[in-house]
Design a protein around this ligand. Structure first.
Ligand code: ADP
Length: 697
C-alpha cells in the first residue's frame, strides 16, 4: 500500500483523483496521474518532488502523508542510546507546555537540549562575515531545505548564489559537536518534513541523525496518553540567543540582518505560489545584470516555519498568523536586544568560532531532467485524441487537470505523467460521443425491428390465409403464395446476413483473407453471374474492360459481396430495357471499378447519405423494390477494409454510377503463396450458406 522509500507517499486507496495535489504542486512534473480500474490516482514522482508538503496539506482525503524519524528516535532512546536534541523555536507555538515536553524528553534519557535560535545567531554572524570577506553582492538564504532542494534540482544556475553558510540547525549541531564536544547522536525536533533532506545531505556530514517532527511527536503523546502537565519543566542547555529565534517567522532573517545593516536591501518572500516564480525572475535579473537584493530571505511555507509542514497547533488554539506572531513579538520586546548586547555576542563569536567550520557547499549533480517537449506534430496528435481540433478548444485552460494550460497537459501526457481521461473537456466529449452512440444504437434497433417485421408480417399473413382457405386454394394460388413466402424469407436472409457482417466488422471480428488476386477476373465472373437477373428486366449488361490482369490484395469473397450489392441495386433501380455497364481502369496506384446504370438516379442531397445505414431514397421505386437501406453501408465498410473508397455520381432520371477505388498491388511474384491461402479460404467459406444470387437479390 505505502512505498516507504518515498518521504512523501500516496495511500492509493484513499486517493480520489481530485487533482488538488497536482494543482497545488509548485513543480509541474512532481506528480504522476495514472488509472487504477478506470479511477484516476496521483502518485508522487519521487525524483522530482521537493518535499514542500503542500500536497499533504491540501489533500482532504488524507491520501498523502510523510515519514520522519520519530519512531526510530524513541526506540533508540528506550534502548538506552545516548541522544541529544536540537529544538526549533516554533516549538513555542506548537506546544503550550513546551518546557514540560523538554522535561518529558529528559526523563526518556535525552542528554543535552539546544535551541536552534542560538545557531540562527551564528548563521547571521557567518552570513555577514562571509559576505564581507568574499565581497558578495547577493545571497539566497538557505535555512529552508525545500528552497535548497528546488535550486539544486531545478535551478542549478543559482547554486552559487545560495548562502555558503550552514542553516541554524546545522550551525547549532556544529557548535555542539566542535565547541562543546557533545558526541551524542543528535535529533532535530522540527517543524519541517523536508529537514530530512538536509539531515541526509552529504554536505551536512551526518551530524544530525533524526528528523523528529512536532506533528509526529504530538501524535505519539496522544496515542500513549502522556500528560505533559505531570512532568517537570526543563530549560535549554545552550548559552541563549539574541534575535535568532525570529527566524521561524516570515522575514525573521530580514529583521536579524537589518539590525546589523540598517539600510540593507533584503527581499522577503514566502509561500509556494510565489517563491519559485520569484527565483526564476531573480535568475533573469542576474543574467541581465539588473539590480538584485543583497539578501533573499526566502521560505517555502507562506507563514514561515511556525506553520511549517511538520507542525501542529494542537496544544494551543493559536490558529492565525497574528496570534502566533504576537507571541514572538512579545518575546522580542521582552528581550530588549540592543546594539551593545549584539556586539558582545559578535565579539564572542569572532573570538571563539572558526568561520570555516560553518561553511556549506551544495550538490551540483542533483539537477533533474526537464520533461521532453513534444514536436508540433506530436502536440497535434495528442490534441486530436482529446477531441481538440480547434485553437479555441486547445486553449480552454480550465486547470481542472491540475496544470495551468491544455498545452501543459498535452506535454505531460506525452511524458507519461498524465492520462487523457484526466481532462474534463475530453470526458465531456466522451460522454457526448457515448450519448450519440447510444442514440445511433437505439435508432439502429428501431430500424432493424421495422425491417424484420415487414417481411415477417407478410409471411405470417400469407400463411394464415393459406391455412384458413386451404381447401379452396387452387394450385395456381398456392404457387403464388409460396412465391411470396419465399421472396420474403430471402429478403430476411439477406438482411440478417448484412447485419451479421456489419456487426462483425464493427466488433473487429471480421478477418478478411487478403490474397493478391486478379481483380479483373473476379469482377467479370460476378458481373456475368447476374446476367439472367438483368435479362428478366430486359436490361443490357456490359462488362467493358480491355485490361486482362490487374492485381489487388483483396478478399475475393468480399469483393464479390461488394459487387453483388452494387449490381443488384443497378438492376433494382435501373430502367427496363436500360443498360448496366461495368468497367475497370487503373490510375497511378489504384484500381477503379465503375458500375453504371441509366435508371432513376439519386438526388444530390442523398448521394452521400445512402452510405449510412437504413438510408433509402424515398421514391416509389425504392419502396417497391423492398430494399432495407443497409446494403450500401455494408459495401462502404467492406471497401474501406480493403483500404479503398467508394463514391456515387448520379443524376435524377439519367442514371447512377458507383466508383469503387482499391489499392493496386504489384505482387504477381507473390502469387506462388496464393495456392496455400486459397485452400484456407475455401475452408473458411464452407461455413457460409450458399444461396443463389437471383434468390437473394
Ligand atoms: P437497399 O437497396 O436495400 O434499400 P442500399 O443501402 O443498397 O439499400 O441502398 C440505399 C438506397 O440507395 C436505396 O434504397 C436506393 O434508394 C438508393 N440506391 C442505391 N443504389 C441505387 C441506384 N443504382 N440507383 C438509384 N438509387 C439507388
Amino acid at each position: 500500500m505505502y512505498n516507504f522509500t518515498e518521504q512523501i507517499y500516496l495511500n492509493e486507496e484513499k486517493c480520489v483523483g481530485c487533482n488538488r495535489c497536482l494543482t497545488n504542486c509548485p513543480v509541474t512534473d512532481a506528480n504522476i496521474a495514472y488509472l487504477v480500474n478506470g479511477n484516476n490516482k496521483i502518485k508522487i514522482n519521487t525524483e522530482k518532488c521537493i518535499h514542500c508538503g503542500k500536497c499533504i496539506k491540501v489533500c482532504d482525503h488524507n491520501a498523502r502523508d510523510y515519514i520522519d524519524d520519530t519512531k526510530r528516535f524513541l526506540d533508540d532512546l528506550s534502548n538506552g542510546k545516548k541522544l541529544s536534541i536540537i529544538v526549533a523555536p516554533s516549538i513555542i507555538v506548537n506546544f503550550g507546555e513546551y518546557k514540560k515536553l523538554l522535561g518529558y524528553l529528559k526523563t526518556l534519557g535525552v542528554n543535552f537540549i539546544y535551541d536552534v535560535s542560538f545557531g540562527a545567531d551564528i548563521t547571521v554572524w557567518a552570513y555577514l562575515r562571509e559576505m564581507e570577506e568574499k565581497n558578495l553582492n547577493t545571497i539566497i538564504a538557505q535555512p529552508c531545505p525545500t528552497i535548497v532542494n528546488y535550486i539544486e534540482k531545478y535551478q542549478p544556475e543559482l547554486i552559487d548564489k545560495l548562502a555558503p553558510v550552514q542553516s541554524p540547525m546545522m550551525c547549532t549541531a556544529i557548535y555542539m559537536k566542535k565547541y562543546v564536544n557533545i558526541n551524542d547522536d543528535i535529533a532535530f525536533l522540527s517543524p519541517c518534513i523536508a529537514k530530512s533532506d538536509e539531515i541526509n545531505d552529504k554536505n551536512t556530514y551526518g551530524y544530525i541523525k533524526y528528523n523528529v517532527t512536532f506533528k509526529r511527536i504530538t501524535e505519539y503523546l496522544e496515542e500513549n496518553n502522556i500528560d505533559l502537565s505531570k512532568y517537570k519543566e526543563s530549560n535549554f542547555d545552550d548559552i541563549g540567543c539574541s534575535l535568532g529565534f525570529l527566524f521561524s517567522r516570515p522575514g525573521g532573517l530580514k529583521e536579524n540582518i537589518e539590525f546589523q545593516i540598517k539600510d540593507a536591501w533584503i527581499r522577503q518572500i514566502n509561500g509556494p505560489h510565489h517563491v519559485y516564480d520569484y527565483l526564476e525572475d531573480y535568475n533573469k535579473n542576474l543574467k541581465s545584470n539588473n539590480q538584485i537584493p543583497l539578501v533573499v530571505d526566502i521560505l517555502n511555507c507562506s507563514y514561515g516555519c511556525n506553520f511549517g509542514t511538520g507542525t501542529c497547533n494542537k496544544y494551543e488554539s493559536l490558529t492565525t498568523i497574528d496570534e502566533v506572531d504576537y507571541k514572538f513579538q512579545k518575546l522580542k520586546n521582552d528581550k530588549k536586544v540592543d546594539t551593545e548586547k549584539m556586539n558582545l555576542q559578535y565579539e564572542y563569536f569572532d573570538k571563539n568560532l572558526e568561520l570555516e567550520d560553518f561553511k556549506r557547499t551544495y550538490n551540483k549533480d542533483s539537477a533533474v531532467n526537464s520533461i521532453v517537449e513534444p514536436t508540433d506534430k506530436e502536440y497535434d496528435e495528442i490534441f486530436e485524441k482529446m477531441y481538440k481540433y480547434t485553437e479555441e478548444s486547445r486553449n480552454i485552460n480550465c486547470s481542472a487537470c491540475g496544470y495551468g494550460s491544455c498545452k501543459t497537459m498535452v506535454k505531460c501526457i506525452y511524458n507519461e505523467l498524465n492520462v487523457l481521461s484526466n481532462c474534463i473537456d475530453y470526458n465531456k466529449k466522451e460522454v457526448i460521443n457515448e450519448h450519440h452512440l447510444l442514440e445511433e444504437r437505439n435508432e439502429f434497433f428501431t430500424n432493424i425491428s421495422h425491417e424484420l417485421r415487414t417481411p415477417l408480417n407478410v409471411i405470417y399473413s400469407v400463411l394464415q390465409m393459406q391455412m384458413s382457405y386451404y381447401s379452396n386454394l387452387t394450385s395456381g394460388n398456392i404457387e403464388k403464395y409460396n412465391k411470396i413466402i419465399k421472396q420474403n424469407c430471402l429478403r430476411l436472409i439477406r438482411l440478417v446476413n448484412n447485419i451479421i457482417d456489419i456487426s462483425r466488422i464493427e466488433a473487429g471480428f471480421f478477418k478478411p483473407l487478403y490474397i493478391a488476386e486478379n481483380i479483373v477476373n473476379i469482377i467479370e465472373n460476378i458481373t456475368m453471374s447476374i446476367a439472367a437477373y438483368a435479362e428478366n428486366k430486359k436490361m443490357n449488361l456490359i462488362f467493358d474492360t480491355e485490361i486482362e490482369e490487374l492485381y489487388c490484395n483483396c478478399d475475393a469473397n468480399l469483393i464479390e459481396r461488394i459487387m453483388l450489392n452494387l449490381l443488384s441495386n443497378s438492376v433494382k433501380y435501373g430502367k427496363e430495357n436500360g443498360t448496366i455497364k461495368v468497367f475497370i481502369y487503373k490510375t497511378n496506384l489504384n484500381i477503379t471499378i465503375s458500375i453504371k446504370d441509366d435508371g432513376i438516379g439519386i438526388p444530390e442531397e442523398m448521394q452521400k447519405k445512402i452510405f449510412e445505414r437504413f438510408q433509402k431514397v424515398d421514391t416509389s421505386l425504392s419502396r417497391k423494390s423492398e430494399g432495407s437501406g443497409i446494403g450500401l453501408s455494408l459495401v462502404k465498410s467492406l471497401v474501406e477494409i480493403h483500404g479503398g473508397t467508394i463514391i456515387c455520381k448520379s443524376k435524377i432520371n439519367e442514371g447512377t454510377e458507383f466508383l469503387v477505388t482499391l489499392p493496386f498491388t504489384s505482387v504477381e511474384d507473390d502469387l506462388s503463396s496464393n495456392m496455400e491461402k486459397h485452400i484456407l479460404y475455401e475452408k473458411d467459406s464452407s461455413e457460409m450458406v450458399n444461396i443463389e444470387f437471383s434468390d437473394i437479390y
